[in-house]
Each structure stands twice: as structure tokens, then as C-alpha cells.
Write a protein that binds this ligand. Structure first.
Ligand code: GLY
Ligand code: MN
Ligand code: MN
Length: 470
């Protein structure tokens, strides 16, 4: 009799139960599957990766489940570099690019295959399909991904056996695979840097996914406005939950922790407790993004007067942020230095802060010293895609020190934040936080604002709320 689980209510597994469980199952292999529509795009991305590392074996793991407690796990999120190169989201997978003598690579993918029904693993094992859900067979995965697929349970052995081939692995996702290969940390970091850089310019399929993410997000924001009266009777959580429902219904989830910040919570950049009251007369800063089934995320912020109209001071702050966003967006065009949009928005905000007497001018001096940062806090935007702060590991020269190119997707999100205990501003200003954040794709002629479906100016916001506020 095999031993049962510690503190499990069942005893062990008798021979007869084991035999009973192994029999009587239908063949559920799926035939006639079509390749995923992303497969040809992923193949082109792999070709670009291959060209950067001739003669070297590259290992890009998807990652493993993380235990939360005992047999409970955190939701799995595959490494974005793996998703980009394969279109796959399986855990315990790995893409391998095996060097060929001609300088190219042969690609294949390790996958955790279906469980055999000839032993007890399929219903008692740590990754038992009977508990966790059906996986794809290796043949099914090969068909869908357009890549040969191998059993990941032999990956460590295979890779260790081929240890004569110079190898790089992306670290931090699969300790067992890392232990199986001998690599150099600096060279591994270069692999991650290249993978991150290959995501800077999105292909047509990715832009389509970004549109879906943003369109769902626009609907999510409209849902939240429609729930305002119920939120007033409840808390910020009501709004968070309303957006989450849209994200789960239309996509995979939210792409990052929703920031649902009313009143002075809006001055906390990473406010995600979302447990405060929703008071008429205050501003609601809602920063949220739907992540598609393919794992691309939007990242949008609107700052809305809970009661439908801005007070004079709220409007003054809002209009200054709007003006800065307009200046920032105007700088988003191909060939422009990436930093230009940030500088344009920050200069605009600096000018207002000097005019209001909150920092000492002249504007150029204040800007050069960065004095505005007391009130602007964050940078004006970032790349967006599979990660909310996408391409973060890419080479600085091709990212923040580089030029914008068609196909890049970025946020433009200036803000002003007056802390509730800031004695340098009049009392009426304290506790006001405003951010306006849109998602832009760089086009041949300039840019397209993907989130233009939401109102931006103070007058548009008020008109929109008058129409939709519930
Ligand atoms: N929601 C995170 C950001 O706006 O960057
Ligand atoms: Mn955001
Ligand atoms: Mn953002």
C-alpha cells in the first residue's frame, strides 16, 4: 500500500485502487489542430534572436509554479521572453535554440507532456493532470506552436550531456535547468537583454493584441463610472472589483495591480490596498489595464471627480496635467529621441509649478535641477506590451537613449501629486493627485493614441460622467 499524504484524510493507495484508477480511460488525443495564428510571428522573432547568437545554444525557460503554502500555488505567469519567442504559456517549458554549423539554429521546445495512465502520477503526483487540468500532448503542442516538442523531464539530462556547446540561459525562472547547464552570468544577462530589446518594436500581431487590451480597458473604465454610486456606498474595492470582472471576462486578468485611489490615496504612486472610502467632492484616480488572453496589457489612467464636476483647484491641477500630456504626446513620432516626450511633459509641468510659486524659477533652472520632481514623482511613461513596464532589461542605448520607431508602444502619463502633509502648498491643494495615462503606438506619420476612446480633457471627462455615471 503506497503511503497517503501527511494529514490527508485518506489512507494509502491500495494495489487494487491503483489498478482500478489505471483502467477505463478514453483516448483523448486531439487530432487536426491548426497552428496558432501567432506561430509565424514567433518564428520570425526566433530568427531575429538566432541571428544575434551564432554558434551558441540558447535556453529560454517559461518558469515554474511557486508554492504559496503546502499544495496551494500562486497564479502562474510565464516569463515574457518565452511567451514572445513561442506564443506559448505553458509552465515548466523551455525554448531551446540549438546552433547549426551554418550559423543558424534549430528551435525546439521542452514541454511537460500529458500524464501516462500507466502509473499513479496522473492522479497523485505534484503536477497531476486529473487535479490541475489537461495539458497538451507533445504532438498537440508541436502542431499548435509550429515547433518540435520534447519531454521536459529529460531536459536537464539532455542539456548536461551536450555541455560542450557554448550555452546561455535566462536565469531566475527554472532552477533545475539552470543547474543542468554551465553558463556565465554576464553572458546570460546579455541573452535577457537581447530578448527584452527584441520586444521594443511590436509586430502587426502584437499591435492587434494591444488594441484588444486597450479596448477592453476602455469598457472596464466605463463600467467603473457606471458603478460610482455603489462605490460611494462601499469603497474603492467596489471599483477594483468592477474593473476586475471586465478583465476576467474579456481577457486573462489585470496586467498589474489596479490602483483605485480616492482623495489623498491618489498621491501614493503604488496605492493598491484600495480599501478607502469613495467620497463625493474628491477625485478618483483609476490606473488599470486589461491583459489579453495572449498576455499583452494595457495601462491607462483617468482621474475623475467622484461627484461629476471638478472643483476650481482640482480643475487647475487637472488642466495642467492635461496640457503636459498634450505636450508629451506631440513629441511621440518616429525618429524622435525616446526621452523627448518625457522632457516636453516635465517642462510643461515645471512651468506651471513655477507660475504657482511652488518651486523657484526660472523654469529652465528649476527643470535642470529637477525641482518639479517633488510634485511629479514618476517618469512620464514607459514601453508597454507583455510586461506593463516592458523591455525593462533592454540596452539603454536602444531604449531610453534611443530613437522612437514605428511599432513601439508606450504610455504617456504625466501627473501632479500634492502630498497631504506638504506644507509648501496651500491647504486646499494638499491631498490632490492627478494622472492622465494613455497608450500610444508610434506610426510612420507620428502616433496613434490607442486609448482615445476615453475622454481626456476636463470638459470631456465631465460630459462623459454626466452620460455614464451610475
Ligand atoms: N500602472 C503602472 C504605471 O502606470 O506605470
Ligand atoms: Mn498606469
Ligand atoms: Mn504606466
Amino acid at each position: 500500500m503506497a503511503k497517503g499524504r501527511k494529514n490527508g484524510l485518506y489512507g494509502g493507495v491500495s494495489e487494487e485502487l491503483s489498478a482500478l484508477m489505471r483502467t477505463g480511460w478514453a483516448d483523448t488525443e486531439r487530432h487536426g489542430l491548426e497552428p496558432d495564428e501567432q506561430a509565424p510571428y514567433a518564428a520570425r522573432r526566433r530568427a531575429a534572436l538566432s541571428a544575434r547568437f551564432p554558434g551558441e545554444r540558447l535556453v529560454v525557460p517559461s518558469g515554474n509554479l511557486k508554492t504559496r503554502s503546502n499544495d496551494d500555488t500562486y497564479p502562474f505567469r510565464p516569463y515574457s521572453g518565452y511567451v514572445h519567442m513561442t506564443g506559448d504559456q505553458a509552465r515548466d517549458g523551455a525554448l531551446v535554440l540549438e546552433p547549426r554549423v551554418d550559423g543558424g539554429h534549430d528551435a525546439y521546445c521542452y514541454q511537460l507532456p500529458r500524464d501516462s495512465r500507466n502509473d499513479d502520477e496522473f492522479w497523485t503526483g505534484a503536477t497531476a493532470e486529473l487535479w490541475m487540468g489537461r495539458r497538451r500532448s507533445l504532438a498537440e503542442a508541436a502542431r499548435v506552436l509550429g515547433l518540435p516538442c520534447r519531454d521536459v523531464r529529460t531536459a536537464a539530462e539532455d542539456l548536461a550531456a551536450g555541455s560542450g556547446v557554448p550555452t546561455r540561459i535566462v536565469r531566475g525562472h527554472d532552477p533545475a535547468l539552470e543547474a543542468a547547464v554551465t553558463t556565465d552570468e554576464e553572458r546570460d544577462d546579455e541573452l535577457e537583454e537581447v530578448l527584452s530589446g527584441l520586444r521594443l518594436v511590436k509586430d502587426a500581431w502584437e499591435i492587434g493584441e494591444m488594441r484588444k487590451a486597450v479596448d477592453s480597458t476602455v469598457r472596464g473604465f466605463t463600467d467603473c463610472v457606471g458603478e460610482l454610486s455603489r462605490a460611494i456606498a462601499s469603497s474603492e474595492r467596489w471599483i477594483e472589483g468592477t474593473f476586475f470582472r471586465r478583465a476576467r471576462l474579456e481577457g486573462n486578468a489585470v496586467g498589474y495591480g489596479t490602483i483605485c485611489a480616492v482623495g489623498e490615496h491618489a498621491t501614493i504612486m503604488h496605492w493598491t490596498d484600495n480599501d478607502g472610502p469613495v467620497r463625493p467632492g474628491e477625485l478618483l484616480l483609476l490606473d488599470a489595464g486589461v491583459e489579453t488572453h495572449s498576455l499583452y496589457t494595457a495601462d491607462v489612467t483617468r482621474t475623475l471627480p467622484v461627484s461629476g464636476t471638478f472643483t476650481p483647484v482640482q480643475r487647475q491641477v487637472y488642466d495642467a496635467v492635461y496640457e503636459a500630456q498634450e505636450a508629451g504626446m506631440a513629441a511621440v513620432k518616429p525618429g524622435a529621441p525616446f526621452r523627448d516626450f518625457h522632457e516636453a511633459a516635465q517642462r510643461s509641468l515645471t512651468a506651471r509649478l513655477v507660475e504657482w510659486g511652488f518651486i523657484e524659477g526660472p523654469v529652465d533652472r528649476a527643470y535642470d535641477l529637477g525641482l518639479q520632481r517633488r510634485f511629479t514623482m514618476a517618469g512620464t511613461g514607459h514601453m508597454l506590451g507583455l510586461d506593463v513596464h516592458d523591455c525593462a532589461h533592454s540596452r539603454t542605448e536602444e531604449h531610453v537613449d534611443g530613437l522612437l520607431e514605428p511599432g513601439m508602444v508606450l504610455t504617456v502619463e504625466p501627473g501632479l501629486y500634492f502630498q497631504p502633509d506638504d506644507l509648501t502648498v496651500p491647504e486646499e491643494w494638499r491631498g490632490i493627485g492627478v494622472r492622465i495615462e494613455d497608450d500610444l503606438v508610434v506610426t510612420d506619420g507620428g502616433h496613434e493614441n490607442l486609448s482615445a476612446g476615453l475622454p481626456r480633457s476636463s470638459a470631456e471627462v465631465e460630459a462623459w460622467m454626466a452620460r455614464f455615471a451610475g
